[in-house]
Design a binder for this molecule. Structure first.
Ligand SMILES: [Zn+2]
Ligand SMILES: [Zn+2]
Ligand SMILES: [Zn+2]
Length: 315
């Protein structure tokens, strides 16, 4: 049993997903060829998450709500995006065509779920490394189809809208232009896409990958842009590993327009990557300031971190 519970103080939903506690520790990898994973020689595939936090139709909520304690069914779906049939590799080291295939899968799943009325937002992400709680090392990402637009995207949408209403164009378009002009925080470019450490990076080695052309989701991306994205993504992720001489643990998230039927052509698609380390060996923990107040302490200048990342060669 699971449900959504509304926090009126922060105006956000939390998902109770109690059954996820029963997740077994698996002996054999379920995503290797021959099981539920990708057959040998086939590209990336989406499989249902066996312990989903959101399901359609949703289970009956554990508790009845009221006007002051709002409860909604946990409607939606969770998928595992298995990148490849090979176990001992990572997105960064897959051939370019395989990364293109992963992007094709992202686009396909986004478009399929966009057609379903109960889905309002499609979150595509990857958690990499034990430090981020990953239990299966087989290269994979995940997808959550939410019955609401999550707060970070809501905030970005609002900022973009306010900015355009107050005489600006698109905040992200302007940011890209500024980063290109200044150059100090750009770590790599490929075609019309660029990767930079944001001016206001929360994580020391945080990187945003943004297309120069204004587009709200992957489905508007042209073939050459998606090829450039595949190549840039590999380079950035390889740089991370080479920087720490290890597998850099990270969270990577696609920020795309909501799919709730609204008009969001003002949104600007981008990818955000949060590496969990603040140096070669030390993890960055979220503590009092971050968790208790929502204020991130970054113990470095984004310009210096960008410089390090720019210098370190990809494979
Ligand atoms: Zn495997
Ligand atoms: Zn834009
Ligand atoms: Zn974003």
């Amino acid at each position: 049993m699971s449900e959504l519970r509304w926090n009126p103080l922060l105006r956000e939903w939390i998902i109770t997903a109690v059954h996820r506690q029963d997740r077994p520790v698996l002996q054999d990898c379920p995503f290797c060829a021959g099981t539920e994973g990708v057959p040998e020689g086939v590209g990336a595939v989406a499989v249902p998450n066996r312990y989903p936090a959101l399901t359609h139709p949703p289970p009956r909520p554990y508790i009845g709500g009221s006007s002051s304690q709002q409860v909604e069914p946990s409607d939606g779906s969770c998928e595992v995006l298995v990148y490849t049939s090979s176990h001992d590799t990572a997105l960064a080291y897959l051939p370019l065509e395989s990364v293109q295939d992963i992007i094709r899968l992202w686009r396909e799943r986004f478009l399929d779920l966009e057609r379903r009325p109960h889905v309002k937002y499609v979150l595509i992400f990857e958690n990499r490394g034990k430090d981020v709680g990953v239990t299966l090392s087989h290269p994979h990402g995940q997808l959550y189809a939410f019955p609401f637009t999550p707060p970070l995207m809501r905030m970005e949408l609002e900022s973009l809208l306010v900015h355009s209403h107050s005489g600006g164009t698109c905040l992200l378009c302007e940011m890209v232009e500024l980063e290109l002009a200044e150059g100090g925080r750009v770590i790599a470019t490929e075609g019309s896409l660029l990767a930079y450490v944001p001016f206001w990076a929360r994580w020391p080695y945080e990187v945003q990958i943004v297309p120069e052309r204004h587009l709200s989701a992957l489905d508007e991306m042209k073939e050459d842009e998606s090829l450039a994205l595949a190549s840039l993504l590999r380079r950035v992720l390889q740089k991370y590993d080479n920087l720490v001489d290890d597998e850099m643990p990270y969270v990577m998230v696609l920020h795309q327009r909501p799919v709730d039927g609204g008009k969001y052509s003002y949104y600007h698609f981008h990818i955000e990557i949060y590496p969990m380390r603040r140096s070669r060996t030390e993890l960055k923990y979220l503590a009092g300031c971050e968790l208790g107040a929502g204020v991130f302490l970054n113990d470095s200048h984004p310009e210096e971190r960008a410089d390090e990342l720019r210098r370190v060669a990809p494979d």
